[in-house]
Design a protein around this ligand. Structure first.
Ligand SMILES: Cc1ncc(COP(=O)(O)O)c(C=O)c1O
Ligand SMILES: N[C@@H](CCCC[NH3+])C(=O)O
Length: 429
C-alpha cells in the first residue's frame, strides 16, 4: 500500500492499481472489502435497523466465493442462492443455513434434497411441481420446509429486456391467475411438511426507479387480502427481490438504497392499513448494489490500431471471457488509463477485448489521454456479474480475484492456468 506517493497512478481502496497490475498480472479483478462492507452497513442502518422484522439477503449470483460468504455472514445478512453450486459454496464456507434463500426456476430434485437436507431457511417455490417434490422429500426426511411462492407480478422494470423478470410473460414465478395461485396455496397449506410463509417477486435488475416496486407491492398485498378472505391464510413475509441500480457511467441516475426501501415499506404499510392486514416481515435481495461498485478490473493495453478518420482500437488482454456484459446486454462501463490518471483525456479510443469475436468490445469511444501498448486500464464497477459470469471462451484462463482491505491485499481466487483448462478433459484414444 502506498497512500502518500505523488503519482499519476489511479488509486483504488487506498492501493496503487498500477503496482497491483505489476505484482499480480492482468487481467485482474480487484475488490474493495470496505466498499462491500459499507454497503452492507447501509442496509443495516437504513433498512434492517429502521423496520421491524426486516431481513436482507445478498443475491450471491452477483459475486460468490467462500470469502464473500464470510463477509456477508459477518455483516449479518443472509444469502440468496439459485443452484446446488452456489449452495455448496455457502456450505463449504460454513454459512448459516437458516439464512439461505434458495431460488431457481428449474431446481432439480437433487438440489431440493440438498437444500432440505441442509435445512436452508426458505425455499422460494417457482413452479407448482416443486410443492410435490418438497412434500415428498420433507416427508421422507421428516422435516417441515418453510417456503415462499414466487410470482411474476405483471410489472415491467425499466431495464435491459434480458434482465427484466417481473412481467407476466416471464419464465420466472408462478402465474398470478386465480386458478394457479389457489392450487399452489391450497397444496402448500394442506401439506404437513410445508409451511407457507408468504410470496416473493423480483422485478428485474439494475433498476433506477421505485415505481415498479410500489406497483408490484400493491398487487401482492391485494393477493394477501384475497388469500386471507378465501383461505384464512395470513402471510407472514413478503420478499420484494433485489435489482437496485448502480453507477456504471454518467448516464446512470443512482439513488440511495432508502429511495427504494422506504417506498417499498410505505407501500406495504399503506396497503396493510387500507386492506386491514398485519404488516408482514419484509425481505430484500440486493446483489449488484452490494458488490458492483466495489470492484474494478485491471487490464494491460496491447495492440493499438488507428484507422485514420474512423477510430482507434486499443485492445486489452481480457474482454468477453472476464466481462460478457457489454456483449450480452450492451452494458456500458467507464474506465481510466490507470498509469496516466492525472492526465487530461483529449482523444477517444474504443477498448476491444482479445477474443475472436467482433462483438467483444468493452467500451466504445472512451475518452483517454494518449494510450499505448503497456498502459494499464482500470474498468470501473465490475464487481457484479463479471467474475460470476466469466467463461473460458477462446481457452482464455480466468483472472485472479484480489481483495483489498485495510489489513492488506489477499488473493481470494487464484488465476487459472492452462493446466486448469485441460483438467476435466479425457482423451479416449
Ligand atoms: C430472485 C432474485 N433476487 C435477487 C436478484 C438480485 O438482483 P440484483 O443483482 O439486480 O440486485 C436477482 C437477479 O436479478 C434475482 O433473480
Ligand atoms: N447477469 C445480469 C443480471 C441478472 C440478474 C439475475 N436475475 C447482469 O449482468 O446484469
Amino acid at each position: 500500500m502506498n497512500k502518500m506517493k505523488q503519482t499519476n497512478n489511479y488509486m483504488f481502496a487506498g492501493y496503487d492499481t498500477v503496482e497491483l497490475a505489476k505484482k499480480y498480472g492482468t487481467p485482474l479483478y480487484v475488490l474493495s472489502e470496505e466498499s462491500i462492507r459499507s454497503r452492507c452497513k447501509e442496509i443495516s442502518t437504513d433498512f434492517l435497523g429502521k423496520y421491524e422484522n426486516s431481513k436482507a439477503v445478498y443475491a450471491s449470483k452477483a459475486f460468490l466465493t467462500m470469502t464473500m460468504c464470510k463477509i456477508i455472514e459477518s455483516e449479518g445478512l443472509g444469502l440468496d442462492v439459485v443452484s446446488g453450486g452456489e449452495l455448496y459454496t455457502a456450505i463449504k464456507a460454513g454459512f448459516p443455513m437458516d439464512r439461505i434463500m434458495f431460488h431457481g426456476n428449474n431446481k432439480s430434485y437433487d438440489e431440493l434434497e440438498m437444500a432440505i437436507n441442509n435445512e436452508v431457511g426458505r425455499i422460494v417455490v417457482d413452479h407448482i411441481d416443486e410443492l410435490y417434490f418438497i412434500e415428498e422429500i420433507g416427508a421422507r426426511m421428516d422435516k417441515t420446509v418453510k417456503i415462499l411462492i414466487r410470482v411474476a407480478p405483471g410489472v415491467e422494470g425499466h431495464t435491459h429486456k434480458y434482465i427484466t423478470t417481473g412481467q407476466k410473460d416471464s419464465k420466472f414465478g408462478i402465474p398470478l391467475d386465480k386458478v394457479t395461485i389457489d392450487e399452489a396455496v391450497s397444496k402448500a397449506i394442506a401439506s404437513k411438511h410445508i409451511e407457507l410463509m408468504g410470496f416473493h417477486f423480483h422485478i428485474g435488475s439494475n433498476l433506477f426507479e421505485n415505481d415498479s416496486y410500489v406497483a408490484a407491492v400493491k398487487t401482492i398485498m391485494n393477493l394477501y387480502k384475497r388469500l386471507k378472505d378465501d383461505f384464512n391464510f395470513v402471510a407472514k413475509e413478503l420478499n420484494t427481490g433485489g435489482g437496485f441500480g448502480i453507477y456504471y457511467t454518467e448516464k446512470d441516475c443512482v439513488k440511495p438504497l432508502k429511495y427504494f426501501t422506504d417506498a417499498i415499506m410505505k407501500a406495504i404499510y399503506d396497503c396493510c392499513q387500507e386492506l386491514d392486514l398485519d404488516m408482514p416481515g419484509v425481505i430484500i435481495e440486493p446483489g449488484r448494489w452490494i458488490v458492483g461498485e466495489a470492484g474494478i478490473t485491471l487490464y494491460t493495453v496491447g495492440a493499438v490500431k488507428e484507422i485514420p478518420g474512423i477510430r482507434t482500437y486499443a485492445s486489452v488482454d481480457g474482454g468477453l471471457p472476464d466481462n460478457p456484459r457489454p456483449a450480452l446486454y450492451s452494458a456500458e462501463y467507464k474506465a481510466v488509463v490507470a498509469n496516466k490518471y492525472g492526465l487530461k483525456p483529449d482523444r477517444l479510443a474504443t477498448i476491444a477485448g482479445r477474443c475472436c469475436e467482433t462483438g467483444d468490445i468493452l467500451i466504445w469511444d472512451l475518452e483517454v489521454p494518449e494510450i499505448k501498448r503497456g498502459d494499464i486500464l482500470a474498468v470501473l464497477s465490475t464487481g457484479a456479474y463479471n467474475y460470476s459470469m466469466a467463461n473460458n471462451y477462446n481457452r482464455i484462463p480466468r483472472p485472479a480475484v484480489l481483495l483489498l482491505s485495510k489489513d492488506g491485499e489477499k488473493v481470494i481466487v487464484e488465476r487459472e492456468t492452462y493446466e486448469d483448462l485441460l483438467r476435466k478433459e479425457v482423451v479416449p484414444f
